[in-house]
Write a protein that binds this ligand. Structure first.
Ligand code: IPE
Ligand code: IPE
Ligand code: MG
Length: 246
């Protein structure tokens, strides 16, 4: 197909993060409730996962629910939590078939019990899969994550398990919920919004951004391939100059 044939898979990102946005607007456009859009968004997750696997991507992180999303109307929040429980339960079989390991980042403690249980069970069940890791950002916000890390670091110092000098960049990363996950090389946001909305602030220090007008429920394999192709047209300099990169 079009974009896929142009991609150099050996140089595809190992980690792609996605801010899945536009479900509500998509639903509204067709005269439906916002939840209708969230429901259709699940199919986009499935498609994106398949496409990422074809590119041998190792980690796919999806922003599914932010700390700030609790401020939405109760009906929508309840509907989203319900959808989450149902989707995880329904998808575990397919995750197993496709060698997908499920992980989560965020404040899991703050999720409703049914949701947390379903999630933990799926994580446990898929833990030995090694084709690709799907990281669901649930009740996640970067400022929460960094604050949480700071609290834990201070606790460790107070308990004399850590000295001030031992607090390095690598050490701080061990206290983030993304511990062990490499930084994303590519971040995609759908729905035409050009903002980060409290997502992975620490981890995107050198990430390439791709913004698309496509609303999340319309996002398909080709859209991921297009984003990766865009990524491959960039020169990542990490603070150096072009000539140093060869
Ligand atoms: C993204 O779609 C899904 C979540 C944030 C849970 P939205 O629900 O934000 O859809 P829009 O941005 O209002 O269209
Ligand atoms: C970001 O989308 C959060 C998720 C995709 C889960 P939002 O729709 O909540 O972000 P804002 O409100 O437009 O910044
Ligand atoms: Mg939105």
């Amino acid at each position: 197909m079009g974009y896929l044939s142009k991609i150099d898979i050996s140089k595809a990102p190992k980690h792609i993060a996605i801010i899945m946005d536009g479900n509500g607007r998509w639903a509204k456009k067709q005269g439906h409730e916002r939840l209708y859009g969230h429901n259709f968004g699940v199919e986009s997750v499935r498609e994106t996962l398949k496409a990422a696997k074809q590119l041998k991507v190792q980690y796919l992180t999806m922003y599914a629910f932010s700390t700030e999303n609790w401020n939405r109307p109760k009906d929508e929040v309840d509907g989203l939590m319900d959808l989450l429980v149902r989707s995880i339960a329904a998808e575990v079989g397919e995750l197993m078939e496709n060698g997908v390991r499920l992980m989560t980042i965020g404040d899991t403690e703050g999720l409703p019990e049914a949701c947390r249980n379903e999630l933990m069970e799926a994580i446990q069940q898929t833990k030995d899969n090694s084709e690709i890791t799907l990281v669901l950002a649930l009740n996640y916000s970067s400022r929460w994550e960094i604050t949480n890390a700071l609290q834990k670091i201070v606790k460790s110092v107070k308990a004399s398990e850590l000295t001030e000098e031992e607090i390095t960049i690598e050490k701080i990363e061990e206290f983030l919920t993304t511990r062990g996950i490499p930084d994303p090389e590519l971040l995609i946001r759908t729905s035409g919004e050009h903002r980060i909305s409290n997502f992975l602030l620490w981890q995107i220090a050198y990430t390439e951004f791709h913004f698309t007008e496509v609303l999340w429920p319309d996002f398909r394999e080709e859209d991921l391939f297009k984003a990766v192709l865009d990524y491959q047209s960039r020169e990542r300099r990490f603070g150096m100059v072009s000539e140093q990169l060869t």
